[in-house]
Design a protein around this ligand. Structure first.
Ligand code: LLP
Length: 383
């Protein structure tokens, strides 16, 4: 929220999402510049935030779109992403979703199982099309992040396991409506220990060598997303360190000559530009602590309830001495809590609170539980 004046937030009905488009542009530009240094291609992971003004900024820096549902593919195409820059991933693509991707000649299906390849082959055949595919391979690399957002271990449901590959390579020529163009890897999200990406590169190099030894060279390697953001310091660390991130791949990944390298970043691009703004309804005395009861809850931002995720909370109205509070929402669930034992200036009914770093996996994961209305979004720093 670096470029939003607190006074601009006062006159909107709460709760709402506030997006700082200026910060978003700066973040996207930084990512685009650092990726461009090495000729890397970035596909924005729509799942993090699908709001049209956000997508418009992403389009402006020339990124492609990484989609995980037919509706995300549709949204990407309607927003202006060229079909040739749309990838479609996901363990459970329905026939209708696959057909939609085929009809629109998207760049690539990131495929996650042998069974899916068979279905894709059949559906492409029915349309007289050849589907461009990447194999999502489970590299069995530990992302060292929350277990709910770890995806690259053999125990996870994602990707094709390495031990399935010999049989699959023998079988693939029979699936004559598929054209293998890439290898895809994504090991998890909110990765802050960057040595994990080095481990990923080394593993991908090994897997690539295995393919080369079988005379298979693909057009691109897709390393997925996962770069984490600083939820504790949203202002001083507003733009992730894309230079170091891409630098690790430059140093350790060994693509073949002419082979493209793709990424699918979501959170790192949009998390810091979004803030959930909520008003204090009540202050309630507890046994050990006081409760701040907000008009926003887990229905607007599910991450704390779902992953015990930390989001920095700020009181935008009060500068009084600090007290200890549990900050909770109005939903009928004990997990509807944004933070326990949070130190905040003495807070009163009517104060505005900001829940920071909510631009990624915030609004998109909101729900209508308790028949709650969808919170609106407001945009600041439009051009
Ligand atoms: N590519 C694939 C195949 C993915 O599954 C994901 C995220 C991404 C790219 C983008 O990852 P990112 O750069 O955003 O880390 N709801 C959770 C995060 C789930 C991430 C799912 N996959 C959260 O709120 O933390």
């Amino acid at each position: 929220m670096l470029h939003i004046d607190k006074s601009e937030l006062q006159n909107h009905p709460t709760p709402f999402y506030a997006y700082d488009l200026q910060l978003l542009r700066e973040t996207l530009l930084s990512a685009a510049n650092e990726a461009q240094k090495y000729g890397y291609h970035v596909h924005y992971a729509l799942k993090a935030n699908t709001n049209s003004p956000v997508l418009k900024e992403v389009l402006n820096v020339g990124f492609g779109a990484d989609c995980v549902s037919g509706n995300e593919v549709k949204k990407a195409l309607e927003s202006g992403f060229p079909a040739g820059k749309v990838v479609f991933a996901g363990v459970g693509k329905s026939d209708a979703e696959i057909n939609f991707g085929l009809e629109n000649d998207i760049f690539c299906f990131n495929t996650e199982s042998v069974h899916e390849l068979e279905v894709l082959n059949e559906l492409a055949g029915q349309k007289g099309k050849t589907a461009r595919i990447a194999l999502r391979i489970n590299p069995n690399v530990n992302a060292k992040t929350h277990h709910y957002i770890t995806t690259g271990l053999e125990e996870n449901k994602f990707g094709i396991n390495f031990w399935e590959l010999p049989q699959l390579l023998d079988y693939l020529p029979e699936l004559e409506n598929l054209h293998l163009v890439g290898l895809h890897f994504h090991i998890g999200s909110q990765i802050t220990d960057l040595s994990v990406f080095k481990a990923l590169c080394l593993r991908v190099n090994e897997i690539q060598s295995w393919f080369l030894s079988r005379n298979v060279v693909v057009e691109h390697l897709n390393l997925g997303g996962g770069l984490g953001v600083n939820y504790h310091e949203p202002d001083t660390d507003a733009i992730p360190d894309f230079a170091t991130y891409f630098g690790i791949f430059k140093e350790f990944l060994k693509p073949e000559p002419g082979q493209q390298v793709h990424f699918e970043l979501g959170r790192a691009l949009v998390a810091q530009c979004g803030t959930l703004v909520s008003r204090v309804l009540y202050i309630k005395k507890g046994i050990k602590t006081n409760f701040i009861i907000l008009d926003a809850g887990m229905t607007e931002l599910m991450r704390p309830a779902l992953y015990q995720a930390y989001h920095k909370i700020e009181n935008l109205s009060s500068q009084a001495h600090e007290l200890r509070y549990d900050v909770v929402g109005p939903i009928c669930e004990s997990s509807d809590c944004f933070g326990k034992a949070v130190m905040l200036p003495e807070t009163n009914r009517g104060d505005l609170l900001a829940i920071r770093t909510a631009g990624a996996y915030g609004e998109v994961m909101s729900s209508g539980y308790n028949l709650r209305e969808k919170a609106p979004a407001f945009y600041f720093g439009r051009r």
